[in-house]
Design a binder for this molecule. Structure first.
Ligand SMILES: [Mg+2]
Length: 114
């Protein structure tokens, strides 16, 4: 399903179903989801660990699939945390983006990464 036609709500509902069908709601509390999110982010980092930049091939099918799997794991825990704490992911993302835009005005920060 392309991002252009899939809503965040659809993904949240689908993940909530996945959790409910396995009777895992008791495990999907904010603390454990946050821990799991960090673990999955570490699994994503592990794919790059010790690999020189020139050896990172995003077109290698096996590497690409592993990378996408870990990205999806992190994202699913984002969806799960939003479900668990009851927030609107679109609202909080746009709110935080507005804070970052204010903190890093484009005119001042263009081309700088410090
Ligand atoms: Mg994983």
């Amino acid at each position: 399903m392309p991002d252009a036609t899939t809503t965040v709500a659809q993904l949240r509902t689908r993940f909530a179903q996945f959790v409910k069908e396995r009777d895992w709601e008791r495990y999907h509390n904010p603390k454990d989801i946050a821990i799991s999110m960090s673990i999955e982010a570490a699994e994503l980092l592990e794919l790059f660990q010790w690999r020189p930049d020139e050896k990172i091939d995003l077109h290698d099918p096996a590497f690409r699939e592993a990378l996408e799997d870990e990205l999806a794991d992190v994202f699913m825990y984002c969806l799960s945390l939003a479900n668990a704490i009851g927030c609107e992911l679109s609202d909080i993302t746009l709110r935080k983006l507005a804070k970052d835009e204010a903190k890093y005005p484009a005119d001042e920060w263009r081309g700088r990464a410090r």
